[in-house]
Structure formats: structure tokens, C-alpha cells
Design a protein around this ligand. Structure first.
Ligand code: SF4
Length: 336
């Protein structure tokens, strides 16, 4: 479920063409791995019939809701609707005349499949491209699509109004949500590489989510879908809107470091992501500031001379050599 009282979901997008060259098993395995780290909705571009057929087969073999992203050719959307797709993302303005939109909307209504109307600042309808107020132009574009679908008595819509900058994205979504109750998929589009894109999305999404705006999020990064999911979950968890598992505290390291904090984190993070217990975990690098933070956590480790010291709820519970620290850490986590 998206919208209403449903939890704000985290989604990402498949980043390669769907091609029969890659086996269905391999694709399903990667989908499963995305699901394991918290992907709740996964979208696929469907540029041709082969992709529609492959996506269709995937929808019948996995539990994760899969979404078809369609541009220009409404027949691809019609084919996807023969399968249990969770949603179709379209821009009604670019799939041809009203007769084509009507055919698609009727089939989506018959199948009970929602449509996402995706408005992007970079591809506004011709009549709105010259408008100075881009956020308002985006809302007008959404309204145009909305009235077209409402005329057909179709209401199962979700909207997205995305720009590549923070302010326009926030303004457009605030304007829209001030007038309409349709759910919103939010995110800054084409936000950039991992760090810059995460910062842009964090700024925009925290302004929106703290105002109660947004029902599902996608962090668009020039990076892996895994990192999009990790960033999205982290934003929601830090805003107190969802709780996904351990809160990780780790030191930035400095000249006092006697323990490879970065290497340890690299090895334990994939494991931590699959744990759904709400505990705090601290990974610290030295005996100067490490013990204080490690003591406050439910499970803390800190380097101390040639050892790694483990704390559980404030008490030292074991000491290990760096070589055995990972195994010991996993054992202690299991006890939670
Ligand atoms: S905990 Fe120790 S190693 Fe880590 S940043 Fe602080 S002083 Fe440096």
C-alpha cells in the first residue's frame, strides 16, 4: 500500500536494460538481494516489447512489487497490464492521443492497477516550458494529466513532481499537496553521484516529510540501487518516520586510531543491513574516546592497543584480537 496511513516506502529502479541475455535466475537473485536490504518497490524501464515480456515473467516469480515505467508507446503498458505489475508509471502527455490514454486507463482500472503520473521539470509540456515559476508549471502539468484521468472516472493515481534542484522539488510538492490528496512519490531527480545526490535528497525530503508530504521515496543517484535504498532508509530512520534496524555510530578515525574502523565497517555493514532489531551499535577506533561511545551503545567495540574491546550495555564482555573481531561481533549481535 502507498498513501493514507501506509508506512512511507523506499523504492529504487533497475539500472540496466532488461535483456534475455541475462538469465531470469540471475535477475531474480538480484531482486531478492535488493528486497533483503529493504527495497519495497522496484521500477523497470520498459522501452520495448521484449522488456515488457521479461518484466511480466518476473512479476509472476517474485513477491516484491514491480513497476513498469512506460514512455511513448501505450501498447507496452497494455502488455504489462496482462501481468501482475504493481503500478504503471506514465506521462499521459507523451503516449499519444486521448483514445490511447483512455484504452490504457480502462485496462488499468479493470485490473485494479494504479498509475503514477510522473512530472519532471526537464520535460514539461510545450505550453508550460516558458513559465518562469517552474514549480507552479509542474503542478499545472500534473493538473492537466489529473483532469484527463478523472474525466475517465479513474482515481487510482499517484503523482510525482521532480526537479533536479532542492527548492523547485520542495515548492512543487508543497503546492500540489496543498490542493490535492493524491499520494506523492517524492525525490530529487538526477540528483548526482552518491554523496552530492544523497545530500540534495536529504535536504529536499526532510523539508517535505517533516511537513507530512510524501508517501514513497526514491533517492535518484548516479550510483547503485543498493545505495539508493540505504540512503532512503537512512533518511526515514533519522527523521523518526520508520525504524529499520540498528542505528550505527562510528568514529571518523584520526591519528589516534589503533583499529581499522573503515575495514571493519565494510565487512559488517552488509550483515547489519539484514538485521531488523532496533539497537545502537558503535564502532570506535581508540581507547581515548572509543570506550565512552561504545559503552553508551547496546553493542560497542573499540580498538585498545592490540585488542578490540567489546561492550554490551555499558559493560566489557570480551576482548579479541583484530583477526577475530568480525566473528566475535557477529556472535554478539546474534545474541540480541
Ligand atoms: S574515537 Fe579515537 S580514533 Fe576515533 S576519531 Fe575519536 S579520537 Fe580518533
Amino acid at each position: 500500500m502507498v498513501g493514507g496511513d501506509a508506512p512511507i516506502s523506499v523504492q529504487t529502479m533497475w539500472k540496466r536494460p532488461l535483456s534475455s541475455a541475462r538469465s531470469l535466475e540471475q535477475t531474480l537473485a538480484q531482486i531478492h538481494s535488493l528486497e533483503e536490504i529493504g527495497c519495497e518497490i522496484l521500477r523497470f524501464s520498459v522501452p520495448d516489447l521484449e522488456s515488457a515480456e521479461l518484466l511480466g515473467r518476473l512479476t509472476t516469480q517474485c513477491t516484491l512489487p514491480l513497476v513498469a515505467d512506460i514512455h511513448f508507446d501505450h501498447r507496452l503498458a497494455l502488455r504489462c497490464l496482462d501481468f501482475p505489475v504493481a503500478k504503471i508509471r506514465i506521462n499521459p502527455g507523451n503516449i499519444g492521443g486521448e483514445d490511447k490514454v483512455e484504452e490504457l486507463v480502462r485496462k488499468a482500472a479493470d485490473k485494479g492497477v494504479p498509475l503514477r503520473i510522473g512530472v519532471n521539470a526537464g520535460s514539461l509540456p510545450k505550453g508550460l516550458r516558458q513559465e518562469k515559476d517552474v514549480a507552479r508549471a509542474m503542478v499545472k502539468a500534473a493538473e492537466g494529466e489529473m483532469s484527463l484521468l478523472e474525466k475517465l472516472n479513474y482515481r487510482q493515481m499517484i503523482f510525482s513532481l521532480k526537479a533536479a534542484d532542492v527548492d523547485t522539488t520542495v515548492e512543487a510538492n508543497l503546492l500540489f499537496s496543498g490542493s490535492y490528496e493524491y499520494p506523492l512519490h517524492i525525490g530529487v531527480t538526477e540528483a548526482g553521484p552518491l554523496v552530492q545526490g544523497t545530500v540534495k535528497n536529504t535536504l529536499a525530503l526532510s523539508r517535505l516529510l517533516e511537513n507530512g508530504v510524501g508517501d514513497t521515496i526514491r533517492i535518484s543517484l548516479s550510483d547503485s540501487p543498493e545505495n539508493e535504498i540505504i540512503a532512503g532508509r537512512s533518511i526515514l530512520q533519522n527523521l523518526g518516520l520508520r525504524s529499520f534496524g540498528p542505528d550505527l555510530i562510528s568514529c571518523p578515525t584520526c591519528g589516534r586510531t589503533v583499529f581499522d574502523v573503515t575495514g571493519f565497517l565494510e565487512k559488517v555493514q552488509p550483515y547489519l543491513r539484514r538485521i531488523h532489531k532496533n539497537i545502537t551499535v558503535a564502532i570506535m577506533g581508540c581507547p581515548v574516546n572509543g570506550p565512552g561511545e561504545a559503552k553508551r551503545a547496546d553493542l560497542g567495540v573499540t580498538g585498545a592497543n592490540d585488542q578490540v574491546v567489546f561492550f554490551k550495555k555499558g559493560k566489557i564482555i570480551r576482548r579479541e584480537s583484530a583477526d577475530h573481531a568480525i566473528e566475535a561481533f557477529k556472535e554478539e549481535l546474534e545474541k540480541f
